[in-house]
Design a protein around this ligand. Sequence first.
Ligand SMILES: *Cc1c(COP(=O)(O)O)cnc(C)c1O
Length: 366
Amino acid sequence: MPRPIEALIHTQALAHNLARARAQAPNARVWAVVKANAYGHGIERAFEGLRGADGFALLDLAEAERLRALDWRGPILLLEGVFEPRDLELCSRLKLWHAVHCEQQIDWLAMHKTHEPHRVFLKLNSGMNRLGFPPAAFRAAYARLDALPQVDEIGLMTHFSDADAQRQGVDGIAHQLAAFEAAADGLAGERTIANSAATLRHPTRTAADWVRAGIMVYGGVPDFPEHDAAHWDLQPAMTLRSKVIAVQQLNPGDTIGYGSAYTCERATRVGIVACGYADGYPRHAPTGTPVLVDGARSRTLGRVSMDMLAVDLSELPASGFGSEVTLWGEGPHGSRLPIDEVAQPAGTIGYELMCAVAPRVPIRNA
Ligand SMILES: *Cc1c(COP(=O)(O)O)cnc(C)c1O
């Protein structure tokens, strides 16, 4: 028997969440963002639920090849563009659209020999200050691209730093939206500016021609805890579940796990679960992080170790050895534990937990 831990991928939930992105931005096309192996769900599995997208956005060329191998003939956008000149050959061959965020990428395009002009998205740095041309250089970059025979259509893109919240007391997008509108004013080309947070919170101002829906299609919430998955009508696309492999009946004063980080105040029945940080469960999840045992809410006790963690069974007399434990996602009997509720106490975000599910965890379709 393998260890009882597994990750389940919910194809229906992916399709539902994609439909939610469409409903938010009915006049835009939707890129399903599938970078990082579809946020840990697996490109191939995620594709089954997301094939209704208008395009797929990612940043790893090998992942783009995997999508083409699935016979996806529609648009694929490389969000960071190419990393070296020869990547452009793969773009020509696989018809990949690519972001252009710096002068070097334009230099490489200018030297690229191809009969297939490329579709590119020129990226503006509107204030995130990671990638993109500064506003003062944006039009010159556009003109450079426009003059290249290697370039077909030029789209325009930017990325928000604070679409999930406020920034300096006002809504998080106003300053970047203004920068984008000024820089793009009068330039021909499709626009894409919205991530999930903007698509959910600011759809009318940001939908443009394409939205880039990432976390929301996986059922994660970009602005938790201000809003939760129920508020946005998103369904978990991943369940991480395991089983109780041992039970300990402890007395007041007994401690649990490494560092004796939890001391029992009363008689406590403890379930030991086959899931640890080597599976991708966050080690920083403190005592009290929610879990479901046989679909009922309980909590972790003490430190998460490499292969195991402890849960409180004191209030769950019917549960014990062999009980099903839902670390996040869909539990039995219609129960559900949103990934955001686990990430928050662990000091992280649902994005990181999804992406961090370890290779040793078997993944299968629900
Ligand atoms: C990852 C990414 C997205 C998607 O972000 P979410 O918050 O997951 O929706 C959109 N655009 C760019 C450029 C990205 O890198």
